[in-house]
Design a binder for this molecule. Structure first.
Ligand code: FES
Ligand code: FES
Length: 162
């Protein structure tokens, strides 16, 4: 039994976490089941839909593809951490105001991916926004409102009049 479990230590949303985890447990299952961080959603479970997106050592990743034990010593940031820190408050507000979410299943991953884009390129084109979010599937909105929201925030952050 213990052969299939490992002790790991990592930081999640700035807090130290020590845990014994099953070797085959994915990071998203660890976050959701063991830490009750249920903002990272499980969709396809094979790296395609983006619902599970988190930051691992500052990089945007699909945590359905990463085992929790691989994150020993790492820094993980989830939608809860970004939300609590206020990092994406403007994006969250824009998504609400522009109806860029319906069921909300894709939204945490969308927000993390959008925030990554806005950190790289202050006012991306609509095509660049679509391209960047192409790995985040949304079954509800048709994407138009999401692109509108991201574009509006990009312009506001850059001080450009809408
Ligand atoms: S659940 Fe991870 S990419 Fe779909
Ligand atoms: S809002 Fe439902 S999947 Fe995007």
């Amino acid at each position: 039994m213990s052969a299939h479990h490992l002790d790991i230590g990592l930081r999640v949303n700035g807090e130290a976490v020590a845990a014994r985890v099953e070797a085959r447990k994915t990071l998203v299952d660890f976050l959701r089941d063991d830490l009750s961080l249920t903002g990272s959603h499980v969709g396809c479970e094979h790296g395609v839909c983006g619902a599970c997106t988190v930051l691992l050592d500052g990089a945007v990743i699909r945590d359905c593809l990463v085992f929790a034990v691989q994150c020993d010593g790492a820094e993980v940031e989830t939608i809860e951490g970004l939300s609590d820190a206020g990092t994406i408050a403007d994006l969250q507000l824009a998504f609400q105001q522009r109806n860029a979410l319906q069921c909300g299943y894709c939204t945490p991953g969308m927000l993390i991916s959008a925030n990554e884009l806005l950190a790289q390129d202050s006012v991306p084109s609509r095509d660049a926004i679509r391209e960047h979010l192409a790995g985040n599937y949304c079954r509800c909105t048709g994407y138009q409102a999401i692109v509108d929201a991201v574009e509006a925030v990009a312009r506001t952050r850059a001080g450009v009049k809408a």
